[in-house]
Design a protein around this ligand. Structure first.
Ligand SMILES: [Cu+2]
Length: 643
């Protein structure tokens, strides 16, 4: 079973356990001894089962079980044992002899076990990893508080106290005092926990004191093309516009230059790319982020971190050298969960200086407007022709927040590049599905055969035929059952760029959902190590460091992880080393229950966003910064790099 399977099973067992303890407690309170006995037996049986599911999950990593091992199971075992000791015998007696009643203590201990089971589950779902003293204390205090309140209610409702049938007048008095004491404990514990969390937050600031500081405002790109290169100048004006899709459907969009996707930027290696961004009427403001392109930090387009946001009437000029070959894209990084979805994106392709002749080279960004998937600017069938024998390259770009599954039928093909970087000896493949992560790019190449080739992405079909006669539409081939290509085992290994065992810095990012403060309000956030942006501590590196990340997904959502400014080399997934071509990516899909390790060399000084590229997730907290020591930003605020 997969880790996700164990996560779901463990959630299920935990939920059943809560239900069984509550059933036992409530049935005992209602003098349904038989039902209470059955529920108690179920609850007891579920404890070893729960220990088993937790043990299996532990095999996938401590991150998945920490709060369960340190809190949930101990409090459940302790309260469950107490319940069995106090309520077990009276329940059995009451079942045989309906005239006897389970004493108040029995009911209270059974319900306390229920509260403990519930607190454990709530800690998993709301707090996650890592468990802090503060949250553990709050959980325990809440269980105690609930137990005391229950004791008051139960003793008042006429259940005999454990000592017999004495009226519980004094007991009520003691209980009131206990309630106050425990309520005070909860408040103190909560404040203490929050205070500790705040005081532990490192103060990585925007204003430098050290004389060797470097401002991101000074980390700008080249001003001139490389030898033999020219300057590719573009003006992109952000503006709202009605975009008409090929099917005739009108989309109320935010655009660059009135079109979505925005103008394709095409350059040749060594060119200088100079783009002036103007904002006509996008009130939220805009920027340009060059996704996957390792520009200097000051060109990275993150508002409040690498530049001020560009508001209506303003402009910002980006300049960088087109040194990296391949397929990339650009998009706004301001409120990007809205802006990119509405159309503020376009493609960036850098060709080698010597280009292949007579090649069909199609750049195909996939984007969803509403419910409509658009490939390039087409939302229905698209036809192209290429003579048999023509080399064809399809540049597939996922600009959506979720992965896309693509298939190519009618020819064997190779995935020659991932995220703009060439693979080493990629083999010919056919009848496999390609899963393209959010933000990711695949270059697919083949030689045009004598019969049509069909690319299918959801319900969009792109057909390439050797001549117009063959381009007649027919039913798209059924590719649903094709297995998925695993890029970690595709292509041939090559000597590594570095020895990742000798990393200078290692960071673990545990991705989850939980209660955290987002935009100043508590929210059920997408979290990293139990926190949400901007409270997640910066990752500090020094120039030249070899850095490794372990990215763990405890949640039930896929998180396409994206580090700005650096490609990362995939080392392993779920403990299995990558065995194919060296795989350099800027976005990798961490699916529920997966653990990825990646490495990179810190060679691009700056302060870089490191976030989930499901942009709504990033907006809901799943975003942090990787900061080089000594680099500061003059644009910073508490929400630096927002969205
Ligand atoms: Cu995500």
């Amino acid at each position: 079973m997969t880790t996700l399977g164990w996560i779901l099973l463990d959630h299920g067992v935990a939920l059943l356990s809560v239900a069984a303890w509550f059933a036992a407690g409530v049935a005992a309170a209602l003098r349904q001894a038989r039902l209470a006995c059955i529920a108690l037996v179920v609850a007891i049986v579920l404890i070893p089962l729960r220990i088993f599911t937790v043990a299996m999950l532990a095999g996938a990593g401590w991150w998945y079980v920490q709060e369960k091992v340190l809190l949930s199971l101990p409090i459940l075992a302790a309260s469950g044992l107490a319940a069995v000791v106090v309520a077990g015998r009276p329940l059995v007696t009451a079942r045989r002899d309906p005239s006897t009643v389970v004493p108040a203590g029995g009911v209270v201990t059974l319900l306390t076990a229920a509260y403990a089971a519930l607190a454990g589950l709530a800690t998993t779902l709301l707090v996650g990893y890592p468990l802090t003293w503060g949250s553990a204390m709050i959980s325990i205090a809440l269980v105690c508080l609930a137990a005391v309140l229950t004791a008051r209610v139960v003793t008042r409702s006429g259940h005999p106290s454990s000592d017999g049938d004495r009226p519980a007048v004094g007991g009520a008095e003691v209980s009131r005092r206990s309630v106050l004491r425990i309520a005070g404990g909860v408040v103190a514990g909560g404040l203490g926990g929050a205070g500790t969390a705040v005081s532990l937050r490192p103060d990585v600031g925007h204003t430098g004191h050290s004389p060797s500081t470097l401002s991101v405002a000074d980390l700008r790109g080249a001003r001139a093309p490389g030898p033999g290169g020219t300057t590719v100048r573009r003006v992109l004006t952000a503006q709202s516009a009605t975009v008409r899709l090929s099917s005739g459907q009108a989309v109320d969009a935010w655009t660059y230059n009135g079109q979505a996707p925005g103008p394709a930027i095409v350059a040749t290696q060594g060119d200088l790319i100079e783009v002036t961004l103007r904002n006509k009427d996008i009130e939220d403001g805009v920027t340009l982020h060059w996704h996957g392109y390792d520009v200097a930090c000051g060109e990275d387009g993150v508002p409040g971190l690498t530049q001020p946001v560009v508001t209506p009437g303003e402009e910002f000029r980006y300049r960088f050298r087109a040194d990296q070959l391949g397929t990339y894209w650009y998009h706004t990084h301001q409120a990007s969960h809205i802006g990119v979805r509405k159309g503020l994106y376009g493609t960036l392709v850098v060709h080698p200086r010597v280009r292949q002749e007579r090649q069909l080279d199609l750049t195909l960004p996939l984007h969803t407007f509403g419910d409509t998937l658009v490939v390039a600017d087409q939302d229905g069938h698209t036809d192209h022709t290429a003579e048999a024998g023509t080399p064809v390259r399809l540049r597939l770009i996922n600009t959506d927040p979720d992965p896309h599954r693509l298939t190519l039928s009618g020819t064997p093909f190779r995935v020659t590049a991932v995220d703009g970087r060439d693979l080493n000896h990629p083999g010919e493949i056919s009848e496999v599905g390609l899963r393209l992560p959010a933000g990711g790019r695949y270059d697919v190449e083949f030689t045009m055969p004598h019969s049509p080739v069909v690319l299918v992405a959801d319900d969009v079909v792109l057909r390439i035929a050797p001549d117009r006669a063959a381009a007649r539409p027919e039913a798209a081939p059924d590719t649903a059952g094709w297995p998925e290509l695993d890029l970690l085992h595709y292509g041939e290994p090559a000597p590594a760029a570095f020895d990742a065992r000798k990393a200078d810095r290692h960071f673990t990012l545990v991705l989850d959902r939980g209660v955290a403060v987002v935009d100043g309000r508590p929210a059920y956030a997408h979290t990293v190590n139990g926190r949400a942006h901007p409270s997640i501590p910066d990752q500090l590196v020094a120039e030249g460091d070899l850095v490794t990340f372990t990215v763990v997904n405890r949640s039930l959502d896929t998180h396409p992880w994206h580090l700005h400014g650096h490609p990362v080399l995939v080392l392993s997934r779920d403990g299995v080393p990558a065995a194919g071509s060296p795989l350099w990516v800027d976005t990798f899909d961490v699916r529920p229950g997966q653990v990825w390790t990646v490495a990179f060399r810190a060679t691009n000084p700056g302060i870089w966003m490191n976030h989930c590229h499901n942009l709504p997730h990033a907006h809901e907290g799943m975003m942090l910064r990787l900061a080089y020591t000594g680099v500061t930003t003059p644009y910073g605020d508490a929400h630096a790099g927002h969205g």
